[in-house]
Design a protein around this ligand. Sequence first.
Ligand code: NAD
Length: 487
Amino acid sequence: MTITYDDLLTASSDTHGQDIVDPATGERVGRIRFRTVDELDAVIDDARRAQPAWAATTDDERRTLLLHAADAIDAAAEPLAEILSREQGKPLNGPNARFEVGACSAWLRATAATELPVETVYSDEKTHAELHYKPLGVVGAIGPWNWPMMITTWQIAPALRMGNTVVVKPSEYTPLSVSALINVVNGVLPSNVVTSVAGEGALGARLSSHPDIAKLMFTGSTTTGQNIIKTSADTVKRLTLELGGNDAGIVLPDVDPAAIATDLFWGAFINTGQTCAALKRLYVHTDIYEAVCTALVEVARTMPMGRGLEEHNILGPLQNRAQYDKVSHLVDAARESGATIVLGGDPDPTAAGNFYPTTLVADIDNDNPLVTDEQFGPALPIIRYENLDDAIAMANGLSFGLGASVWSSDHEHARNVASRLEAGTVWINSHGGVHPMIPFGGIKKSGYGLEFGAEGLKAVSAPQVITWATTPDGNHTTETTMVRRQL
Ligand code: NAD
């Protein structure tokens, strides 16, 4: 049976709930009821009860169910993309809503395929030790509004694979998208194995302090991450914190500006700049500074922005008014400080929706707030440098450490520069690409913990060492403790 947009929206919403509006038009997309803390507690209790039976399934059974969930997402891909486009604002086309839904099924399949064998961590003539990975229990998953379906999938897929049940708290800005995704996944999973609970930040705070939540996967701002560290302390909860970023890119003088301009553009402006690991500060050598600015302007002018349901658009609105106001304020302040707005910076105040034009800002100082704050929108500051050591110092000068990039035609030189950058990922001649088998995570105030691949599975598991004494020929012995043997 084909799932339609109306079916999915009806199943995921609640006519008595809060209005969720389309950021492109201000029109209502749907309604969803925000849950109370007591209702969240009841969901956590259901997840706790469901977990032993889920953990008792075999790894092969869970892999198979993840593959079926991926198939179910593919079968509902178009209505899922439409809900996402209307609620989040991102266009259907380009690296946006359809791309995001496709990433959800791709990540589920890759997670199902990832191997995590028992590791022999030590073995000699006296001792053998193995490292096993076991379920933790109930995992909490709190997400942001920029890539709501994809980030939810990043959180739930490894947790489910490892035998945990999951309670998801989506952003209050994008609960319909996540609810729709979870409804589709729940078409193939047993009851209460994964549940989405819509609501405000208070629900996230409850998840982070609840004694039955063994681990919290959080993706969002650094400030909220800091709060979660505090509220999770009493229960000594395990945390994966994917927090804010202010990624630097360094362009060396040996590149062809026209050849890299499109990749630079998408590094900075994917999802209209609302991406954690987007390029948010661009450092360009003075020899090619004007040429890079010109090439970026030429590319940016070819990228249509507008309502996401119109197929020709590949950039959308900012998801919410607070984000629009933040970007406007930062660009206005940069202009007043004497920076040059080489493109954009002139939103139409009469337009419906949160559209802020693609904006490039040159001749800007490194301590300008457009450079030092995470703008999280379509406004890229381009900073001139003469000396590479200065550029590296400026790139490393902030407290963020999510991603960074180096752009050069000399691969060895680029690798050398990459190794000097303080970031969880450094891309060479691209920026922001992620892959389900390549670990991803931040350092400094961008958080801690890794997602994806085997590292991502380990992060949602309880490590357990099993060890025994051995004889010189490798057999186990009846010796009772290693300590006695050492004595
Ligand atoms: P946010 O921190 O405001 O909200 C994120 C989530 O936390 C929401 O679901 C919110 O309801 C919840 N929340 C609010 N208060 C809480 C509390 N006290 N305890 C627990 N949960 C609480 O972030 P946002 O504005 O939705 O997202 C944008 C930010 O997310 C940016 O800084 C961006 O860089 C970051 N981000 C990081 C990554 C990454 O992988 N590192 C990915 C995407 C977004």
